[in-house]
Design a protein around this ligand. Sequence first.
Ligand code: SAM
Length: 240
Amino acid sequence: MTGASSWDAFWSALPAEPGAALWDSAPELTAARHLPLFRDHIDPALPLVDLGCGSGRQTRWLARHFPRVVGVDIAEAAVELAAATHPAPNVTYRRADVLDEDTAAALRAECGDVNVYLRGVLHQLAPGDRGRMLTAVARLLGRTGVLFAQELTERTGWYVAELLAGGAHLPKTAGLAAHFDFGARVAPAHDGRLRLLFEQYGLAVVDDGDIALHTTEHTPDGQPLELPTTYLVARAPARP
Ligand SMILES: C[S@@+](CC[C@H](N)C(=O)[O-])C[C@H]1O[C@@H](n2cnc3c(N)ncnc32)[C@H](O)[C@@H]1O
């Protein structure tokens, strides 16, 4: 599946301007629509960790609403881009593999309980690694943190596969299909099983539902391309 070198190659080849990646949508269409879905569940005084932060575009918007935000990404090129294009006084970016147990241990030692934002990362992992990532997330949340996740599911995969098979001119989507097998490779699970996966790895899901992922690509008829995805809000089950 996709590891550090593949992600580094992707981010290194991408132009630096915001929106260059298919998913790098404006925060007004993205994090700003996510925050109301989890705001009532969180302790806003906790730091937020953006796992797989990519360009930092959502990270910096989220930093308006949390005292401290840490953006973590496996790709050095993504972290460099984020630091250069989306800096803020209360944001730090660092290169780390979230699947590495030392990463979660170091963040936990440094920050204590945190809220976690996870957008579009899980589906890229090998099936066995998805559980490892959720275990790391549960560790970061501790007793009081809350996770917001937006994930692609099988439905997203079929949608993209059909668009591309129909010959639509979608260069960014087609580029991702070529680099990561996007649209062909099976995403985490069909929608209901994503919730079961979270629960299997110790997360109590307090809300979930359908949500559009706004992309930075337009369909041939000029409409913004939106992908069907799922969101989940979860916390560690042992919360008093
Ligand atoms: C589809 S992008 C989403 C980026 C960002 N969350 C957003 O919504 O704009 C997935 C990101 O996850 C990062 N990533 C993938 N595996 C990771 C891992 N094991 N640890 C940390 N970051 C990872 C990739 O480098 C990439 O930047």
